[in-house]
Structure formats: structure tokens, C-alpha cells
Design a binder for this molecule. Sequence first.
Ligand code: NAP
Length: 327
Amino acid sequence: MPNRIVISKFGGPEVLKYEKYLLPEQIDPNNIRIEQTSIGLNYIDTYHRTGLYPLPDKLPQCLGLEGAGRVVEIGNNVNHIKIGDRVAYASPPLGAYCEIRDFPADKIIKIPDFISNDEAASILLQGMTVEYLFERLYRIKKNDIILFHAAAGGVGLIACQWAKAIGCKMIGTVSTKEKETLAKENGCDYVINYKEQNLVEKVMEITENKGVPVVYDGIGKDTFNKSLDCLQTRGLMVSFGQSSGMVDQVDLHKTFNPKSLYYTRPTLMHYTRNKEELEISSNSLFEKIKSKKIKPNIFKTYNLKDANKAHEELESRKTLGSIILKP
Ligand SMILES: NC(=O)c1ccc[n+]([C@@H]2O[C@H](COP(=O)([O-])OP(=O)(O)OC[C@H]3O[C@@H](n4cnc5c(N)ncnc54)[C@H](OP(=O)(O)O)[C@@H]3O)[C@@H](O)[C@H]2O)c1
């Protein structure tokens, strides 16, 4: 029997349990069966584990939204994928933390030759996130100065490289010296250590008191107000995550009216709604990898059974780049 990680209750990393499970005897006609070699760990997995984000199904639940592997079986209605193909995915249904699983064929992405399975599982979800944030939600341009939080994280290091490739000047925030160096090495033009420096003052100094046209904030509670202070009049606040906790109730008038700000709370699933959008996003990422403008940053590899340790490390802010789990 194969193994997987499930939660039977919400809580800390200790609720992640390794167990055996049965695969459905019959594959759904629209699914493919993937023998997984690599699983992507994402911050959203911690929101699912704690119950911060509601789960679509009742507990117990296998977590995870990203994986890569080899196709071992295909449903009767599937004709664009064949057994033996190397494939990856970065979307619901949940259940990536396992050795083998069934997945809807229309949400599958074939892995190009120049990307390994481990690299695909480390970069697909975070890379497509940067794609929609920088190319479609707000199109960053050469010489724009933008602010992006947690620049040495999984999403952050891809953002550093993507902005550099476009010639956009990114101000990235980090919490340690080590992260500062890494963000710079990945192309971040200005790095602010928000443990040591005053974020708003530094941003105003860099932008000659203009402020930035857009802030990408994946940290949430701790940075929300300061992020707004860094924006220009009619600037755009992009709240795309909350690693420090959810932003409390917001007074719309007091918050956005003083500078006529725009606000959005986007999610990758709404920018990859169908096969066409999925291809736009993944092809754009793959093109950047092929032309060596972006390289995957696998910070650490854990055994699947040690998913709890990987969650602990991610939440303790010690990770520098992406983490994968190996079945
Ligand atoms: N909306 C979307 O479509 C979408 C898609 C993917 C990811 N996301 C979001 O993007 C963000 C980054 O995701 P990721 O997987 O790449 O994670 P990550 O950036 O590798 O890890 C989170 C980082 O947040 C920073 N942080 C600040 N305060 C924190 C706190 N109190 N606890 C923990 N971390 C804190 C830390 O960097 P410093 O130590 O440098 O501050 C930490 O390394 C997350 O909020 C995630 O939910 C959103």
C-alpha cells in the first residue's frame, strides 16, 4: 500500500501524520494516475493545516497542491497525455502529500525536457504566482520601482529574478543579513532589512519621496499598514498572502481614501481558471527558465514522512527559497 500525509484535526506541524492508504480501484475517466517523485511545499499548506483557510472536504484530509511525477494510468476520456509522460500540477484538488494519486487531466502540465521533476515541483506554483502578479494583475515595466515583501522566500526569489529580467527595480524586504545577500544575488536592486531599518523611510528615500506604484504583500498583518504608507497616490496594494497572520478588519474609507488607493486580494486559481490561462502562465515561466533568466532555488529536500519538520522550518522563517518533499 502507498503512503501519504494526512491531518485528522487542525493544528501545528504535529498534526501531519504519515499513513498507508488505498487508491481507488477504478480511475475516473477524466483523471490520470501519477506516481509522484517530488512534491512542492507552499505556505498555503500551513493555512490548510491550521484551518486558517477552509478545506473543501471533511477531515481527514491529505494536504498539498503541487507535485510532479510519471503518468502510470490514464482515464478513458484522456487523449492528450500518455503513460510514461512526465507531468506536474499546481492546483486543487488537495492531496499532493502522497506517493501516488489521481488528478484531473485538464489541470496537468507536461514538464519540458530542460526541467527536472524536482525543479518542476519546486517552482511551478510559486513561479506561476509571480507570472500573474507581474505580467497580468499589474504589468511591471522597465525602470518601475516596486516593493515586494519576503524577497528571499520561495515566491520572493523568483520575483527578484523576474523583475530583473524585465529591468524593473525591485525593493525587496528581508529579516536577516543572509537573506539580504541572497535577494541581491538573485537580482533584487534594493534590499531593506525590516528588522533593522525603517521600511517607509527607506522606500521614500529610494523613490525620492514619490512612493511606489505597487506593493506585493504576502506577509499580511505585520506589514499591511506600512505597505500602504509606501504607496503613491492611486497606487495598488496587492495582498497575496499572510505569513504573519490575517489582516484585521479594515476601515475602507480611512484606509484607501487618503491616497485613492486600489486594493486586490488575488489568488493563483483565479488566474489559471482554464487550460488556456494555465498554458499562458506555465509557458511564460518555462520560457524564463529556458532562457536562464530564472533558475529554481531548491533550498532543502525532505522525506515525505518528515513533512512536519518541513512545515516547522518554513514557519520559523529559516527557509531561503523553495522546499520539496520526496515520497
Ligand atoms: N495568492 C496567491 O496566489 C499566492 C500563491 C503563492 C503564495 N502566496 C503567498 O505568498 C507568500 C510567500 O509564500 P512562500 O511559499 O514563498 O513562503 P516564503 O516566502 O518562503 O516564507 C514566508 C516568509 O514570510 C516572511 N515572514 C514575515 N513574517 C513572518 C511570520 N510572522 N511568520 C512566518 N513568516 C514570516 C519570512 O521572510 P522574512 O524572514 O524575510 O520576513 C518567511 O520566510 C505567502 O503568504 C503565501 O501564502 C500566495
